[in-house]
Each structure stands twice: as structure tokens, then as C-alpha cells.
Design a protein around this ligand. Structure first.
Ligand code: 13P
Ligand code: SF4
Length: 298
């Protein structure tokens, strides 16, 4: 199946992008695996005619916002992100009316329509830098309440948060982390910024998924407690061979990130189905918010 995918990618001049949480067999066949920021940067900068996005819907949508002339395929149409569904354009408009004029900083885990209402986007890798670049007295961060609270600790800007969350990161408790620490006192704890503030307070590193890969590879430590989705255990083992990675909780499993199979990739490339597009009236304002973030990353 992997050989077939490689041949189809060549035949269609297609690029296969995979998020770090994707199943190992998909990561193995991808042209690039990465965190949300790295995948957005790559989607914006490719000569390929087709982008096959192995991740969830908002990621394919972001690729289409950035590269409207490319065919962006999501091999499973219903691979979504529950957190992205926790904010709608209408609800955001009401909150904006309540709060008055201030920048809206939207996590990429959101729909194109919500991005279109936003001042700028951010990812887990750059939320603090994005907020501080605005120099604003106040800002609304949406949809992740945990990312908002964790960012608020690193800025003078007063952050208003939206009440969204990742069900799998938000479920991790400080007690669970302390429990593992008690049996592995030398282990370093890496937390994703989607975790609750009291969990993040226990962390040795608060980083994106790719940030965890770099941190584990560069650290002198040999054992790590991994405070993110368990799919990261595969690239961690490759990035830091011989080191030990303990999931902070086996329940940190995102079913949407495991929906795509190798057979789905073959089917979508053969039939060129599963295209994700964004209407121009939404794409243009959404592009402004995504581009603002990418320019900052550069
Ligand atoms: P990053 O890979 O950008 O850290 O994002 C994690 C995530 O939840 C993606 O859905
Ligand atoms: Fe969304 Fe959480 Fe799944 Fe990421 S891990 S796609 S934030 S539900």
C-alpha cells in the first residue's frame, strides 16, 4: 500500500503532509510530518499540484486558504476537531459585540469562517509571540481556554478567553502527572499548551508537538512523561532513539486523528475525491489572519 501511495503521489505531482499524531504507517509514507505551524508553512510553499492532508479538517482547510490553486484532499471527510467545533462565527460575532474593539487571536484549530473574523491566527508553537507582537492592552483568544490562560501568563496583554478545549488534553489532571512522577522521579514532563494551567505549571517544557520532538532529542535526560496525544510516541521514539517515553495518560487518544487509513489515501489519490475548498468571501479575510501569523514566523 505504501509503495502504491508513493507511485500515485509521483504520478499526480502530489505532496503528502501528515500531522505528528497520525498513525505510524501514514507518518512513514508522508513527505513531511510536523506540527500545525510547520505543516501550514509547507502547504504555503510547494510546487505540487495536489496536497493530500493527513490530519483533521481545519488543517486541510488552512492548506486550501494558503494555496487555493492547489487541489487539497482530506482522505476522510469526517476527520474533524471537536475543539474547532466549539466556536461558530455567530457566537464569535456576539462575543465581539459584547467585548468591543480588540484583536481576535484565533488558534488554527478553528473553521475558516472563524479565522475570517479574526485579526491573526496562532498555533501552539507561537501563541505567546503572536500575542506579544500585537502590543494590545486586551485581546480575545479563541477557541482554546487553556491556550489562552497559558499564554496570559507570558504577556502584559489582558487575555479574554473562549470556553473551548481539546477533550483529550483538558482531561489530563495534575494528580495523574504527579502520580507518574512519583514512580519516575528523574523523568522530565513535557506539556502541550492545550493542557490545563495546573498541569502546565508542573511541566519542564511547554511546547508544541514538534517542540517536544526537539526538546527530547536535545535534552540530556533519558525519560520523559509525554503530556499530549499518544500518537506522538511514534515520532518521539524516532527523534530520540533509546530514550523512554511514558504517556501522561493513555486516555489522551484523539479518534479523529486516527480515522485516515492507507487504503483511504490510495482511494482519494486514485479518484481525486475528498477535496476541501473555501469560498473566496471567507478565504480572503481568513488568509489575512493566517498570513499575519506566517509572516511573524518568518
Ligand atoms: P501542534 O502539533 O501544532 O502542537 O497541535 C496539536 C494539535 O492538537 C493538533 O490538533
Ligand atoms: Fe482537536 Fe484535540 Fe484532536 Fe487536536 S487532539 S485534533 S485539538 S480534538
Amino acid at each position: 500500500m505504501q509503495t502504491k501511495i508513493k507511485a500515485l503521489l509521483k504520478e499526480k505531482n502530489a505532496l503528502l503532509l501528515a500531522h505528528n499524531y497520525q498513525p505510524p504507517e501514514i507518518q512513514e509514507v508522508a513527505d513531511l510530518c510536523g506540527d500545525s505551524l510547520e505543516l501550514s508553512i509547507r502547504a504555503a510553499d510547494t510546487d505540487a499540484d495536489v496536497i493530500v492532508f493527513c490530519g483533521v479538517h481545519f488543517m486541510a482547510e488552512t492548506a486550501s486558504i494558503l494555496s487555493p490553486d492547489k487541489t487539497v484532499l482530506l482522505p476522510k471527510a469526517d476527520a474533524g476537531c471537536p475543539m474547532a467545533d466549539m466556536v461558530t462565527p455567530d457566537a464569535l460575532k456576539s462575543r465581539m459585540a459584547e467585548l468591543g474593539e480588540m484583536p481576535i487571536v484565533t488558534y488554527v484549530n478553528s473553521s475558516a469562517a472563524v479565522k475570517a473574523l479574526s485579526t491573526i491566527c496562532c498555533t501552539s508553537a507561537n501563541a505567546i509571540a503572536v500575542i506579544n507582537s500585537l502590543g494590545a492592552a486586551e485581546a480575545l483568544m479563541t477557541p482554546d481556554r487553556n491556550l489562552a490562560r497559558n499564554t496570559a501568563a507570558h504577556t502584559d496583554t489582558h487575555i479574554h478567553s473562549w470556553d473551548g478545549y481539546c477533550p483529550f488534553h483538558d482531561a489530563l489532571t495534575a494528580e495523574q502527572v504527579q502520580q507518574i512522577r512519583s514512580t519516575h522521579p528523574d523523568a522530565l514532563f513535557m506539556a502541550h499548551p492545550e493542557c490545563r494551567p495546573e498541569v502546565v505549571a508542573l511541566a519542564d517544557a511547554v511546547v508544541s508537538t514538534s517542540g517536544m520532538l526537539r526538546y527530547a532529542a536535545e535534552s540530556d535526560a533519558t525519560t520523559f512523561i509525554v503530556g499530549t496525544e499518544v500518537g506522538l510516541l511514534h515520532p518521539l521514539a524516532k527523534a530520540a532513539p533509546g530514550k523512554t517515553f511514558l504517556p501522561a495518560s493513555e486516555a489522551m487518544f484523539c479518534p479523529d486523528m486516527k480515522k485516515i487509513t492507507l487504503a483511504d489515501i490510495v482511494f482519494c489519490l486514485e479518484s481525486m475525491t475528498g477535496e476541501v475548498t473555501v469560498p473566496e468571501a471567507i478565504r480572503i479575510p481568513a488568509l489575512k489572519a493566517v498570513k499575519g501569523m506566517l509572516e511573524l514566523a518568518r
